[in-house]
Write a protein that binds this ligand. Structure first.
Ligand SMILES: Nc1ncnc2c1ncn2[C@@H]1O[C@H](COP(=O)(O)OP(=O)(O)O)[C@@H](O)[C@H]1O
Ligand SMILES: [Mg+2]
Length: 356
């Protein structure tokens, strides 16, 4: 049997656990005429959840990760490439004739993919993107309702100042598309969707994704560890205590424990030796990270690592607040129930440093 744990990329089928209510909720929104906004820290499972739901529906899905997009015309190019994948060329060809800037499209015989390029007048030119979005709406008018997923949507803030407003002006008229906006930066996502003066104010149904509940994750781990040890209960619990049910780190740690148990017998200190091994693998990254942050941010990270109160830091509240915001933006800390360090391995590394 191959290792039943997976971390880093989208998980589905056997690697995906729980999220039963969230799956249902996502499905319900997508079968209504509403748009969906899904927020959580990085690596909590947004992409996996939406991928699972959209795969289960017999509808065209256009998925675009905005981290790949470099400017506004590039956004249009990426999107059009995806559109060309969901429908037959014959069905789309005549619609492209209405474009104000005609794209160059060529079949790459090596990959069998369509290569697309616009020759826009400037890096802020919105016209190609508007035309592509309206093209998707036209496809929706004729056939099944497309789902357009914009992953890491907070990135649009950096593409162009006017983009949110322009985007909203076009897609608010679309009646045959469900838009899904995923975001890993809660503060920016809330700024986009929850502040009154933002063009996307209350644009859709807002959902937040939490960590996977203990009992579901426990069962998931235990049944898989049963194949390699009779100490599966103890081990599963210890893993979850260490990772605090963080989806990604739990799968990562479980993966390495499982690898270990495939080759060696269970020992009482197995968890610690796997953890210490992982920490020493990342020692350089941790050092580098630590050296790039400010004194205030270090103080905050240490306080969180030791699970002490933020308010105990002898600095003005505003200074602490800016520090927290900076660390959230970098993804070094997350806010689930409360502020905590994102990476349990880094947390242990840091505690080791403090006690050196
Ligand atoms: N439902 C789930 N069950 C088990 N593991 C999950 C689940 N969702 C996410 N994970 C773990 O978290 C990792 C990151 O998931 P991903 O969907 O890429 O998160 P996000 O899009 O929020 O960054 C996955 O590779 C997997 O290890
Ligand atoms: Mg993602």
């Amino acid at each position: 049997m191959s290792n039943p744990f997976k971390f880093g990329s989208v998980v589905e089928n056997n690697f995906f656990t729980d999220r039963i209510n969230e799956t249902e909720e996502t499905k319900n929104v997508l079968s209504s005429s509403n748009h969906l906004i899904l927020i959580s820290p990085r690596r909590f499972g947004k992409t996996s959840l939406v991928n699972k739901v959209t795969n289960s529906l017999d509808r065209p899905v256009i998925y675009l990760d905005l981290q790949l997009v470099t400017d506004v015309p590039d956004f249009a190019t990426h999107l059009l490439k995806k559109v060309l994948k969901i429908d037959k060329w014959e069905n789309i060809k005549h619609l492209l004739a209405n474009f104000r800037l005609i794209p160059t499209i060529a079949l790459n015989p090596l990959t069998n993919n369509m290569e697309v390029s616009f020759v826009p007048t400037s890096s802020n030119n919105f016209t190609p993107l508007e035309d592509v979005l309206n093209l998707i709406e036209k496809i929706g008018e004729k056939g099944k309702r497309p789902i357009v997923v914009f992953d890491e949507f907070q990135e649009i803030i950096d593409l162009s100042k006017t983009l949110p407003k322009q985007l909203r002006a076009v897609i608010q008229h679309h009646k045959n598309i469900n838009y899904v906006f995923l975001g890993s930066l809660e503060s920016i996502m809330r700024q986009i969707f929850e502040t009154k003066k933002s063009p996307f104010y209350h644009f859709g149904y807002l959902m937040t994704l939490k960590k996977i509940p203990y009992s579901d994750f426990f069962d998931y781990l235990k049944t898989r560890f049963d194949a390699v040890t009779d100490k599966s209960e103890i081990l599963s619990n210890e893993i979850l205590v260490f990772t605090q049910q963080h989806p990604y780190y739990t799968q990562q740690l479980a993966f390495y424990c499982y690898s270990f148990l495939e080759n060696e017998e269970y020992q009482d200190n197995i968890l610690n030796s796997v953890i210490d091994n992982l920490i020493s693998m990342h020692n350089n990254d941790f050092e580098r990270l630590w050296n790039t942050i400010s004194k205030t941010d270090k103080k905050i990270m240490i306080t969180l690592a030791l699970q002490e109160k933020i308010s105990s830091i002898p600095q003005p509240t505003s200074t602490i607040y800016s520090g927290l915001k900076r660390l959230l933006t970098k993804g070094y800390i997350i806010r689930d129930e409360q502020y905590e360090l994102d990476d349990p391995f880094f947390k242990k590394w840091l505690k080791g440093k403090i006690n050196e």
